[in-house]
Design a protein around this ligand. Structure first.
Ligand SMILES: Nc1nc2c(ncn2[C@@H]2O[C@H](COP(=O)(O)OP(=O)(O)OP(=O)(O)O)[C@@H](O)[C@H]2O)c(=O)[nH]1
Ligand SMILES: [Mg+2]
Length: 200
């Protein structure tokens, strides 16, 4: 069983909490209650008979300018950058968070933390237009995302696919982390068989 800390970041009201709530509880609320500090949720996936528990750290968008926010980044092995794809400032927003994560979050082996882009709110007609916009498509190619997915926390479209991809990649990142000694702190590998044969 792998356990992995995954950051969920992005501008206020991008839909981070909603996406997590949809993925974990299959629920969604239209009321906007800004996250204060950080919230936590977890979801287990089974990928090719291997279990991975994603610990999702839902970081308040309004904390971008806080000097303390990077303490949350420690030991993360992935980051879901969530953006409101119906927003005109989409590329600026993405760049701001992308640079922030790239500059502050490295894996223990020095490799940058993989960033998964969740283009959220695709149920909104404006977001659908943006998906077809060639200029935006080209601008997005300037970033190095481990994955780019289109999601709607409202309808659930793309949400499971997004997190399943993160879970698959997380297992790969954990496996490539190096020797047992060099393993990423965030990745705890438990041998299920050894656990079962324990005394209790
Ligand atoms: N139409 C639509 N609305 C959404 C979607 N995702 C979130 N929302 C709405 O957008 C607002 C903000 O959603 P949150 O999930 O609270 O946003 P957040 O990114 O967690 O915001 P902070 O906690 O302030 O950083 C809420 O009113 C949600 O109902 C979506 O996919 N489609
Ligand atoms: Mg929130």
């Amino acid at each position: 069983m792998y356990e992995a800390k995954i950051l969920v970041v992005g501008c206020p009201a991008a839909g981070k909490t909603s996406l997590i709530h949809k993925a974990v509880n299959n629920q969604m609320t239209s009321e906007y209650k800004p996250t204060i500090g950080v919230d936590f949720a977890q979801k287990q996936f089974v990928i090719n008979d291997e279990k991975v528990m994603l610990q999702l750290w839902d970081i308040a968008g309004q904390d971008f300018y806080s000097k303390l926010v990077h303490v949350y980044y420690k030991n993360a092995i992935g980051c879901i950058l969530t953006c409101d794809f119906s927003n005109d400032h989409i590329i600026q927003d993405i760049k701001m968070w992308y640079d922030e994560i790239r500059s502050k979050a490295l894996l223990k082996n020095g490799v940058p933390v993989p960033i998964y882009l969740a283009c959220n709110k695709i149920d909104i007609p404006k977001a659908k237009q943006m998906m077809e916009d060639e200029g935006i498509k080209m601008e997005l190619q300037n970033f190095q995302f481990a994955h780019q997915g289109f999601t709607s926390a409202l309808t659930g479209e793309g949400v499971t696919e997004m997190l399943t991809f993160v879970a698959e990649e997380t297992i790969k990142v954990a496996k490539n982390a190096g020797s047992e000694k060099d393993k990423l702190n965030a990745v705890i590998i438990q041998d299920d068989k050894a656990k079962k044969s324990g005394c209790c």
